[in-house]
Design a protein around this ligand. Structure first.
Ligand code: C2O
Ligand code: CU
Length: 666
């Protein structure tokens, strides 16, 4: 069974045991002499079933421990002890009573105790759900104590009620146990949430959330550490090489799509925005204007290793550009490959409404695109706006004529918040590059589906055959791409069906090779991110949030690095959603997934999908000082808290979240 299935099974068993204990409790309490035989027998079988389900949970949790302590910590420490304790009590007190009852001899005098014990087991069982969604990992001690107190208090009140005893002192104590710890724990969480946060790691703390240690802490300050502001981490004014200038103006725009549908977009003039294509070694200078986006705008260069001050994150590396304002971004195009740019102020809304475009850097000896009749280089963004999926600029099929025999590079960019599965039929292909980085000796594929994480890019390379090639997107039958061998032009309503095949697994694709310097023995810093879904205060409001190590943005302690560090990042997904994790300003080298080392080409990614129950280990070379966002690129999840920062020791930022500029990066 997969880890995700085990986690789901555990939840199911919690619900089942709660239902069984509750039924047994109600039956036990409502038993009368005349109905004793039947009810007693039924309640007894419910109790026996509930006990076995609880034992089943013990087995499932033991298996989860085997998958990693992250998946089971709070169960082992809190919910199972509570369940086992109450289960034992119920078994000792209730089973003998129910035996006698089913034999026809109800000893009324023992009934309240027996029923209360079964109720206690029901409360403890239900408490397991609270533990799963409130305590989480690492165990929040305050929340755990509050739940234990609540179960104890409710059990006591139930016993007093059933036995009709007048013990006001005890009743008051139980009531206090029910209410005070819960309120205190909520108040503490609320207070922590409204505290102002200073983003970054100016003091030079180390990571204390190493694998399984379960606590975040702050290290000692480093004497004599150099301090620098993100505002100073910009591209120098002088550049000896060619400068390429672009302008992007963000505006509200009603766009009529080729199908005739209209959408209320926010665009950089078109949907998608203009493609920025430069040669390696160019200095790219982009002036961004905000015509009338009320929330403000910034531009982030997704996957591109720019200086921190050019990273375009509102509230971290700059203030959002207000309507009428502008900002000039400058960076040297050092890396070749396929990237993209997008707004990083209210990004979840801004990107989906259209504030994005492709960024392509080709090497000097590549002929410029456009004039390439025999070596075509096509970009296809896959984007869903208002429920309509578009490939490139169309929600219909993008048809391109290609000379048979010509080599073709197809740059696929997933600008959505969920993975996209894409099929190519009619020709074999290789995945030449992922997230801009070339793969080592990729082998030809036929009819395989590529699953591109949210924010990820796949460059496919193929040779145009004499027949047509179709590119289909799962779940979007109206759109796609059709490559036709020269004349005749295709029928006016072309289709490009998605053909379902197994997904290509990049971790075993291509040929292995050693990457100098990136070995596990060179690792000198470790950090673990445990991703989950938990009830937390989010901007002061209790929300089912997306958490990192039990916290939500901006309260997640940063991943601390010093320049030159080799960081091993372990990312654990305890939730039930896929999390495409994206560190800014760096790319990571994949080491392993679920403990299995990578066997294919070295894989440099800037966006990697951590699916439910998965554990990824990746290496990151800290070679680009700054304060870098690292977040889930399901941008909804980012707004729900799944954001952390990769913070270099000594780097500070003059910008803040909120404030006059109303910076809201997610
Ligand atoms: Cu594609 Cu934080 O970004
Ligand atoms: Cu996510």
């Amino acid at each position: 069974m997969t880890t995700a299935q085990l986690q789901a099974l555990d939840l199911l068993l919690i619900v089942l045991s709660t239902a069984l204990w509750s039924t047994a409790a109600v039956m036990t309490a409502s038993m009368r002499a005349q109905s004793g035989r039947r009810r007693g027998a039924a309640a007894l079988s419910c109790v026996v079933a509930a006990v076995s389900v609880t034992l089943g949970r013990v087995a499932v949790v033991a298996l989860l421990v085997g998958r990693g302590w992250w998946f089971a910590g709070e169960k082992v420490l809190v919910s199972l002890p509570l369940a086992i304790l109450t289960c034992g009590l119920a078994a000792i007190v209730a089973i003998p009573f129910l035996r006698r009852a089913s034999a026809g001899t109800v000893a009324e005098r023992n009934q309240p105790g027996a029923a209360a014990a079964v109720f206690a087991a029901a409360y403890a069982s239900a408490g397991g759900l609270l533990v799963a969604f409130v305590v989480g990992y690492p165990v929040s001690v305050v929340a755990a104590l509050a739940i234990v107190a609540l179960v104890g208090g409710l059990s006591g009140l139930t016993w007093l009620g059933l036995s009709a005893r007048r013990r006001p002192g005890l009743a008051a104590l139980c009531a206090v146990l029910c209410v005070v710890p819960v309120l205190t724990s909520a108040a503490i969480a609320f207070y922590a949430d409204i505290q102002p946060v200073v983003i970054g790691n100016a003091a030079g703390a180390h990571n204390h959330l190493a694998a399984g240690s379960g606590s975040a802490g702050v290290g000692a300050e480093v004497p004599g550490m150099r301090s620098v502001s993100v505002g100073d981490l910009r591209t120098p004014a002088e550049y000896p090489g060619p400068v390429r200038r672009f302008e992007l103006t963000a505006r509200q725009q009603t766009v009529t799509l080729p199908s005739g549908r209209t959408v209320d977009g926010w665009t950089f003039g078109s949907l998608p925005g203009p493609e920025i294509r430069v040669e390696q070694g160019d200095l790219v200078e982009v002036t961004v204007y905000n015509a009338d986006i009320p929330d403000g705008v910034t531009v982030h260069w997704h996957g591109y290793r720019v200086p921190n001050g050019e990273d375009g994150v509102a509230g971290v590396t700059q203030d959002a550009i207000r309507p009428g304002g502008s900002f000039v971004y400058r960076f040297v195009a050092k890396d070749v490959g396929t990237y993209w740019y997008h707004a990083h102020q209210v990004s979840s809304e801004a990107v989906s409404r259209g504030l994005f475009g492709a960024l392509v850097v080709v090497s000097k000896d590549n002929a410029p695109a456009g004039q390439l009749s025999t070596a075509m280089d096509l970009v296809a963004t896959v984007h869903t706006i208002n429920g309509t999926t578009m490939v490139g600029g169309t929600d219909l099929v993008d048809t391109q004529r290609v000379l048979p025999g010509s080599p073709l590079r197809l740059r696929l960019i997933n600008t959505d918040s969920v993975p996209q599965r894409i099929s190519v039929t009619g020709a074999g292909f290789t995945v030449a590059a992922v997230d801009g980085a070339n793969l080592n000796a990729p082998t030809p594929l036929v009819g395989q589906v590529v699953r591109i994480p949210a924010g990820g890019r796949f460059d496919l390379s193929l040779t145009m055959p004499t027949g047509q090639v179709t590119l289909g997107v799962e779940g979007a039958p109206e759109t796609g791409m059709l490559l036709v061998p020269d004349e005749p032009p295709p029928a006016d309503r072309a289709i490009a069906p998605f053909v379902d095949r197994p997904d290509l697994d990049l971790l075993s694709y291509g040929t292995t090779s050693v990457v100098p310097g990136m070995t596990s023995t060179a690792v000198n810093e470790e950090a673990t991110l445990v991703l989950d879904r938990q009830f937390r205060f989010l901007n002061g409001v209790p929300t089912l949030s997306q958490t990192v190590n039990g916290d939500v943005h901006p309260h997640v302690p940063p991943i601390a690095v010093r320049e030159g560090d080799l960081l091993r990042l372990t990312v654990v997904n305890r939730g039930s959603d896929t999390h495409p994790m994206h560190p800014h300003g760096h790319r990571v080298l994949v080491e392993s997934r679920d403990g299995v080392p990578i066997t294919g080409s070295p894989l440099w990614l800037d966006t990697f999908d951590v699916r439910p129950g998965e554990v990824w280990q990746v290496l990151l070379r800290a070679d680009n000082p700054g304060i870098w966002m690292a977040h889930c690129h399901n941008l909804e999840h980012a707004t729900q808290g799944m954001v952390v920062h990769l913070a270099y020791a000594g780097v500070t930022t003059p910008f803040t979240l909120g404030g006059v500029a109303d910076n809201r990066p997610e």
